[in-house]
Design a protein around this ligand. Structure first.
Ligand SMILES: *[C@@H]1O[C@H](CO)[C@@H](O)[C@H](O)[C@H]1NC(C)=O
Ligand SMILES: *[C@@H]1O[C@H](CO)[C@@H](O)[C@H](O)[C@H]1NC(C)=O
Ligand SMILES: *[C@@H]1O[C@H](CO)[C@@H](O)[C@H](O)[C@H]1NC(C)=O
Ligand SMILES: *[C@@H]1O[C@H](CO)[C@@H](O)[C@H](O)[C@H]1NC(C)=O
Length: 272
């Protein structure tokens, strides 16, 4: 029985070795690095309204409303003395008259301004408390760039509310407002970074477990049903016997080589 356990044990060791040699460890740490790179990129720029940070994930998409603004006419602002209604959709542009590329629009009786082009959208700031969405407006008409900043305020009890709307007219038109929502809160990442198991690890583990199970069950069947003993207990006993002989030959060869080297050394030593 001892021999069989030794075989199982060495199978486990070789499985562990194959895990290392095939490079699954490297592979999993690489995918970990990839995640990290993604999060850095996402914090600097995100065309969509999702970002991953070390502290968790930001996902504003439940706040979005396809093709129409989720927040319609939420405030009035004055541009060159004329009053405009603001509308906002956090993740996708909507049709606000002649303009259909912006996620923030200022709509008046005669004019419409694109206040935040969706493809210019960036998630910025230091999580968790000072995250912002930034946009450049598509409209060139005020003859100054339009910059919009949406401060993301995490409030677990609110679906979506906008406050503190301010438009300043200086070197640029700067529009800022606060978006209060549970979706402005970071969701902790499910796996704690690199400690998680990669799919490759799981596959190799399952493979090794099934090999071990196969050997164990075969041994049980061979022993209990076919009433065999010794090396015949093992599945494909012939094959394992050959393998054992090969290994024995290999060891003998290297042992002889090492011994001949050592003895030669000793001869030389005694001559001196
Ligand atoms: C602005 O919004 C108000 C109420 O939300 C609405 O009555 C008004 O017609 C809107 N004006 C324009 C130009 O869309
Ligand atoms: C966004 O798209 C418009 C055309 O739809 C293009 O003119 C503009 O350069 C794009 N901006 C960015 C930042 O990609
Ligand atoms: C969250 O929203 C509720 C309801 O609007 C408000 O009463 C509360 O003060 C807010 N909490 C924070 C931390 O802003
Ligand atoms: C508008 O925002 C930009 C960038 O944040 C800033 O450099 C500029 O001073 C702001 N202008 C005004 C008038 O607030």
């Amino acid at each position: 029985m001892l021999i069989q356990f030794l075989v199982l044990f060495s199978a486990a060791i070789s499985c562990q070795a194959s895990l290392d040699s095939i490079g699954f460890d490297e592979w999993s740490s690489k995918s970990g690095n990839l995640q990290q790179q993604e999060s850095e990129a996402a914090s600097a720029s995100a065309g969509a309204c999702k970002a991953t940070f070390a502290q968790g994930t930001l996902d504003l998409s439940p706040l979005d409303s396809a093709d129409k603004p989720r927040f319609k006419n939420f405030a009035k602002v004055q541009i060159m003395g004329i009053s405009y209604n603001l509308s906002f959709n956090p993740c996708s542009p909507f049709d606000c008259g002649v303009i259909a590329t912006d996620s923030i629009c200022a709509t008046g009786n005669l004019m419409t301004y694109g206040m935040g082009e969706q493809n210019s959208s960036r998630i910025e700031g230091q999580p968790p408390s000072s995250l912002r969405l930034r946009y450049k407006g598509s409209s060139q008409l005020p003859l100054k760039p339009i910059l919009s900043t949406v401060r993301l305020v995490c409030n677990a009890t609110e679906d979506g509310r906008i406050s503190n709307v301010v438009l300043t007219d200086g070197g640029n038109y700067n529009l800022t407002f606060d978006l209060h929502s549970r979706y402005c809160c970071l969701t902790p990442s499910p796996s704690g970074g690199n400690t998680g198991w990669s799919p490759g690890d799981v596959i190799v583990l399952l493979f090794c477990l099934s090999v071990a199970l196969y050997i164990l069950v075969s041994m049980l069947i061979n022993g209990l049903v076919r009433r065999r003993s010794g090396a015949d207990l093992l599945p494909n006993g012939q094959f394992w016997c050959h393998l054992a002989l090969l290994i024995k030959d290999g060891f003998e060869f290297s042992f002889k080589t090492i011994r001949s080297c050592l003895c030669k050394g000793r001869e030389n030593y005694s001559k001196i």
